[in-house]
Design a protein around this ligand. Structure first.
Ligand code: AHR
Length: 528
């Protein structure tokens, strides 16, 4: 049942338009659980960047080693040591960019140790993640071969915390120049005659924390120094230089970066925001599986903070960059729980439930609805770490519920943004409430309209009465992700426990669309 306090959230759902005056209290109360939704024509020039659906692969636990790069003897299809079952699954969701080598690891990584004959590469201790021995067998060439197989944009994080300006500049020269310098000759000798043309460069990672514990003022000076020597080479496209941004709602970090770094020295500014079921970094972060409804509710409530956080940073950026030239990149996000019992605590291996998929759909909807500023994001992390889309166990692999959300949402990649207007009913538990419904919409280059809908209420379906002024369409189809409980997940023995199905709950009624959205579901509709 809607309460009068629900009015205060109206703007939450319509970030680019104001609907405030449209609904009276009487009509709200009368239409409990039935949502009137309008799909607006929008601005043809405003696109949802495909890069919102980026992934992140760090040298952490079993993401790279086991997840991507395996022992020659492992009985899976391989190209060299890259496992092709994983590659094929990632190809299917069209990963637009892949961030590497970290994370915290990036600020300890010395790229030159990871090129040349494998046997001669020095080993190092992975000090952030379990102190295990990193043999550098997966280095720059191997990562870029993976990107080429995936058809994805490489997004490299340069070592600012413990590396030098010279080291970073050398990596750029090695990859992007085609002049006969010693580094270019070395690249050619290592098997790649042509420049790799890598344009996405993060200058540090979490420089307020594991990247050097810097103050915002100090980091901006360091950034400008590194960025000065981040050269463009004629053989490659200009660099997209990316500022290491804020932790969660740290407004001062964003304000300082925007104030002190000239706009022409940055292409993007990052933001990291994780969702912990308990909301606390000390003690238990919360369960990955086997949680009850209260922990489910708390996880969603904490995850929905992304809306306020993105709004806050975007508003600060607007003050210094009215034309929205600088992209906000949420290049680490996802659910972070306690690790699976019996696994190395430093490896951050966790299972992944329907709850996490619902939150992934919600978060991608938030990013889509802020696509004027959010032009990139990276789920943490792709394989075997945190909210992974893929889990592996030796030869076996499975697709998590979160993978299926990326599969559903790929229709939004580079499509025109369509604003939505609606008032969500509440999902209420023990006196607290969150909006049950969230959504986003786009129109692709062929004119098909896609609407992604998430019902977070685990108990109640929603009915949607949808109008689409200006859209002419003949048929609707859709796919749904749901399961018997929000704590359901896929195992290596039952890898299709939670999977996509055709959705039959949408009907054309004249020029309108009627939808019955099941409890705890993600649905993507196609109208054409
Ligand atoms: O994704 C795991 C870690 O979380 C990353 O290495 C770091 O950047 C963040 O703190």
């Amino acid at each position: 049942m809607l309460s009068i306090r629900s009015f205060s959230r109206l703007r939450w759902h319509v970030p680019h338009t104001g609907l405030l005056a449209a609904l009276s209290l009487t009509s709200l109360l009368a239409s409990a659980q039935t949502v009137q939704l309008t799909v607006q024509p929008g601005d043809p020039k405003l696109l949802i960047s495909k890069h919102i659906q980026g992934q992140f692969a760090e040298h952490l636990g079993r993401c790279i080693y086991d997840g991507i790069w395996v022992d020659e003897k492992l009985n899976v299809p391989k190209q060299g040591r890259i496992r092709m079952d994983v590659v094929r699954a990632l190809q299917k969701i069209h990963v637009p960019n892949l961030r590497w080598p970290g994370g915290c690891f990036a600020d300890t990584y010395h790229w030159h140790d990871g090129v040349g004959p494998t046997a001669q590469r020095p080993k190092m201790l992975n000090m952030w993640w379990g102190n295990n021995l990193e043999d550098n067998s997966f280095g720059t060439h191997e990562f870029l071969e993976l990107c080429q197989l995936l058809g994805t944009e490489p997004y490299l994080a340069a070592n600012v915390g413990s590396g030098t300006v010279q080291e970073m500049a050398g990596w750029m020269e090695y990859l992007n120049s085609n002049d006969d310098t010693p580094l270019v000759l070395e690249r050619r000798k290592n098997g790649h005659p042509e420049p790799y043309k890598v344009s996405w460069w993060g200058i540090g990672n979490e420089s307020w924390g594991c990247g050097g514990n810097m103050t915002a003022e100090y980091y901006t000076d360091v950034y400008k120094r590194y960025a000065t020597f981040a050269h463009n080479y004629p053989a490659s496209p200009p660099l997209k230089k990316i500022v290491s941004g804020a932790n969660g709602d740290d407004a001062n970090w964003t304000e300082t970066c925007m104030k002190r770094i000239p706009l022409n020295q940055m292409w993007g500014l990052t933001l990291h925001q994780y969702t912990l079921p308990t909301g606390s970094w000390s003690g238990s972060k919360g369960k990955a599986t086997g949680f009850g409804e209260q922990e489910y509710f708390n996880t969603l409530r904490n995850g929905l903070r992304m809306e306020a956080i993105v709004t806050k940073h975007a508003a600060i950026m607007d003050k210094y960059d009215k034309d929205k030239k600088v992209a906000l990149l949420v290049d680490e996000w996802g659910v972070w729980t306690d690790v699976e019992p019996g696994t190395n605590p430093g490896f951050l291996y966790q299972q992944n439930t329907l709850r996490d998929a619902l939150l992934a759909g919600t978060t991608l909807n938030i990013f889509n609805n802020h696509c004027d500023r959010v032009r990139g994001a990276n789920l943490a992390q792709a394989i075997n770490v945190l909210q992974a889309v893929i889990l592996t166990d030796k030869e076996r692999m499975l697709l998590t519920p979160t993978y299926h959300v990326f599969d559903l949402y790929q229709v939004h990649q580079d499509a025109q943004y369509l604003p939505l207007q609606f008032q969500s009913p509440d999902y209420v538990l023990n006196g607290e409430k969150i909006p049950a419904l969230n959504a986003s919409a786009s129109k692709d280059k062929n004119g098909a309209v896609h609407i992604s809908l998430v019902n977070l209420d685990p108990n109640k379906p929603l009915t949607l009465e949808t109008t689409l002024p200006g859209v002419s369409w003949k048929s609707v189809s859709g796919r749904i992700l749901t399961s018997a409980t929000v704590a359901d997940y896929n195992t290596f023995d039952k890898p299709t426990n939670v999977q996509l199905a055709d959705f039959k709950g949408a009907k054309k009624k004249g020029s309108n669309l009627a939808v019955t959205l099941p409890a705890k579901s993600v649905v993507v509709l196609e109208l054409k």
